[in-house]
Structure formats: C-alpha cells, structure tokens
Design a protein around this ligand. Structure first.
Ligand code: 5AD
Ligand code: SF4
Length: 436
C-alpha cells in the first residue's frame, strides 16, 4: 500500500508552487497525497520565515501535528522551506519530535530523507544550490481551483534588502530555462486552466540566455493566447518599460502590477537598501499609467522599520495618497536574525508605535481602496468566473483584469467562463455587479 503524505503550506505563492513540486517528487516514488491528516504517514509543513509571527504559527502547528504522532508513532513529521533553512538543527532542539528538516533546494532528496527516518534517525538537508530550478518536474496542482496555475520561473533573491531573510533562506537568484517554462505553459493550456501567474521573488531579474522577463512574458502570452497571464513579484529598481509595453500590447496580459514600495521615506529606503528613491518609484508608477491607464497597482508596506521617525511615517502615508494604491499588504517590521538590519541597525521603534503606525496605514489604505472601487461603478469588465460566492449560493465571484473581486448574481454562466460584468456597487473590499 502507498504511504500517505499530508502537506500544509504557509507563506508566499512560491511556497505553494514548491509544495506542488514536492507532491510530484513523492508521487513518483510511491507515495500518495492525502487531504486527511488522520490518515497521513508523513506530515509536511512548508514554512515561511519572513516575519516572526509566521514562524510562531508553524511552531504551534507542529505541536498539533505531534498529537497524531503520539497516536501513531510511525508517523514522520517534516519541516520544509524557509524556516527549515533559517532554524536548521535548532528545530530539533525546540521540537524534538520533528524527523525531517528540508530547505527549499533539497526536495529531490525527500524520498531518501523519509527512508532515512524509517530507522529512527533524523534527516536534514539545508544545502542551497546555485542551479536547482526543479527543471523537468511538472507540479501536481493538487490544491488549485482548476482555473489558475502558477509557474515558478526563477528561484532565490540577490537583492539583500536589509530587513529581509529571503536571500538567506532561498539562496541565490537563478532562472529556469525558457523551454521548460513554455513546455509547462502548453501543458497548463491542455489541462484546461484559464489563468497563468508567472512567479518569482523578483521576476524582473529573470534572464535565460538572451531572454529577459519582458520577452518571456510575451512568449508565454503567445503560447497561452486564450488564457489570462499575470506575474509577481516586481521590484521597483528593476521593473522595465519593456515589461509595461508587453502588458499594453498583449491583450491577455492582465492590467495588474504588484510593486512593493516598503516605505515612502528616502531615508528609510536607504536603510532598507532598496536601491531606489521615492521619486524613482513615483516615476515608475507614472510610466505604468502612461502605457496602461487602467492598470491596478498594489504594494507592500512595512511600518516601524529601524529608526523610523514620525516624519518618515508621514512620508509613507503621503506616498500612498500620491500613488492611490488599489490594494496593499501591510506589515509591522519584524527583526529577522542574520539580516543586515538585525546585525547593524537598531529595532528601536516601540511596539505600540509600530502598531499605531500600521493601523494608520491600514486605515488610509481602506479609504484608498474604497476610492478606487467607487471609480469602477458603472464600468464593465471581463470577469473570469471563479466559483460560488462564500456569502450567497445564488451568486458567483470572479476577478477582473485588475485583480479585483466582483460578486454578481449567477445568471446562466458557469465557473471558468470569461464574461462581461457591469459594476453596480462596492464595499472597500469587493465590487458588486451584474452580468450584461
Ligand atoms: N518584517 C516585516 N515585513 C517584512 N517583509 C519582508 N521582511 C519583513 C520583515 N522583516 C515584507 C515585505 C515584503 C513582504 C513579502 O514581506 O513587505 O515585500
Ligand atoms: Fe526580500 Fe527584497 Fe528579495 Fe523581496 S526582493 S524577497 S524584499 S530581499
């Protein structure tokens, strides 16, 4: 009988994509996935180390996983991904019942690692690679809605932003071959998906032979003409006009850009080692809007980074208003051991000040999102029908090109269709509409 593996995934889309690779690797070695933790022989948790909070959550999940091991001692527990890389052996000290610690570049070895643990030993592999892109492994999209597929086009990050653990947990930047990306694209088309998102920590730095990100985006858009194409994450310093032009020219590339700014203060941007200024960022926004006037733009913001003053914070609020972001992911600064900031800067903004600033940022973004939604009322958008609304079984929800969720009465359409929906109302979080 095949052994059953249960995988729980935290963190970014890269982790989701990695869990899909793990699924394929284990399937090929005689394991099968299960969604039922009770029946699992192996429990994996794919983890994120970007903020302390994310780690705390996983640590308490591990105690829960241990309750299954207590019932059935043959169960193996493995920590995958960024926390495995950051904490290494110390995971075993904190959680001695963990059997496997596997970093993001070690997944091809997971079958052997599980085997090692059969005799009661621990298995660790946290070696980072300069080459591993999991070429030749087609992801098993076990948790997908059947419409939306992610393609991981590159791994790692060389930016070394001073606050960020990612370069340490995911290693050096490396791009996957164009051929393997296009092969995966055509498989996704055959499998009936409706949307592809090209993902990487920093997609603008994709480079394979003479193919840069803009060229890759155009190639994928042509290969999957009837599918929507999205991408994430872009980086202000490297984001190019060429990419925006592809967005303007290719009808199936969605008008949505996630461009993390982190702070609106030049002093903070410098301390964050982001490599751009507020003015540079605003120029990029202008360029996007010149080519693609209806593009939606979202961002990431960190509140209370080292040495942040009230004036720096106000610069962030002013920048948010100036850009009028459609959406934002907002965080309190969380010091990560080993980063430049942890070693060289002081995490000196008091917790309550961080929280108050974060709340101001969230409140402002709520207004901005609402203003952005007000402007959509009366407009008609192409919407990909994604499923039945959580709030009402008589309604569907879907997203427009700008990545905004629209809820509307079902009519006689179905999941997977691309239909015209006219926006009739809004809240700060969603649009309401009707099929036309
Ligand atoms: N503290 C808080 N937020 C962080 N991010 C990355 N590192 C940290 C940190 N140490 C945020 C950034 C990044 C997003 C993925 O997570 O905004 O863009
Ligand atoms: Fe972290 Fe910067 Fe890389 Fe994003 S680009 S993952 S913020 S180092």
């Amino acid at each position: 009988m095949k052994k059953k593996v249960y995988i729980e995934t935290y963190g970014c889309q890269m982790n989701v994509a990695d869990s899909e690779l793990v699924a394929t690797i284990l399937n090929g070695e005689g394991y099968e996935l299960t969604k039922d933790i009770n029946s699992a022989d192996v429990i994996f948790v794919n983890t994120c180390a970007v903020r302390e909070h994310a780690e705390q959550r996983v640590l308490s999940r591990l105690d829960y996983f241990n309750t299954f091991k207590k019932k059935k001692p043959a169960v193996k527990i493995g920590v995958l991904g960024c926390m495995a890389e950051r904490m290494r052996q110390s995971i075993f000290e904190q959680k001695p019942f963990v059997d496997i610690v596997a970093g993001p570049d070690s997944y091809r070895n997971l079958p052997q690692m599980i085997e090692t643990t059969e005799s009661g030993q621990k298995a660790v592999n946290i070696i980072l690679s300069k080459e591993e892109t999991y070429e030749g492994i087609l992801p098993t999209r076990y948790d997908s809605n059947g419409l939306s597929a992610f393609i991981s086009i590159m791994r790692g990050c060389d930016n070394m932003c001073s606050f960020c653990i990612v370069p340490f947990t995911r290693g050096r930047e490396r791009s996957r071959s164009v051929d393997s990306i296009l092969e995966e694209t055509s498989q996704i088309v055959k499998d009936g998906f409706k949307e592809i998102t090209l993902i990487g920590q920093n997609v603008d730095k994709y480079i394979y032979k003479d193919v840069n990100f803009a060229k890759l985006l155009a190639l994928v858009a042509d290969e999957a003409k009837d599918l929507r194409i999205r991408f994430a994450t872009s980086y202000p310093q490297h984001f190019t006009e060429e990419v925006v032009k592809v967005m303007a020219d290719k009808p199936n590339v969605c008008h949505y850009i996630h461009l993390p700014v982190q702070s609106g203060s030049n002093r903070m941007l410098e301390l964050m080692k982001r490599g751009y200024t507020r003015e540079w960022y605003l120029d990029k926004i202008k360029m996007i809007r010149d080519y693609v006037p209806d593009a939606a733009i979202s961002t990431d913001i960190i509140a209370g980074f080292c040495g942040e003053t009230e004036e720096d914070h106000k610069d962030t609020l002013r920048l948010m208003e100036e850009v009028a972001f459609d959406y934002a992911y907002m965080f309190k600064y969380s010091e990560r051991p080993g980063t430049y900031a942890a070693k060289n800067l002081k995490d000196d903004v008091p917790e309550e000040v961080k929280l108050r600033r974060l709340n101001e940022i969230i409140a402002l973004q709520r207004q901005l999102s609402e203003q952005s939604n007000i402007k959509d009322v009366g407009k008609t958008f192409k919407v990909l029908v994604e499923g039945v609304s959580k709030k009402s079984k008589d309604e569907f929800f879907g997203r427009n090109s700008q990545n905004k969720v629209i809820v509307f009465p079902k009519g006689n359409t179905k999941k997977g269709n691309l239909i015209d929906v006219k926006v009739t109302g809004y809240t700060s979080a969603t649009l309401r509409g009707e099929i036309i």
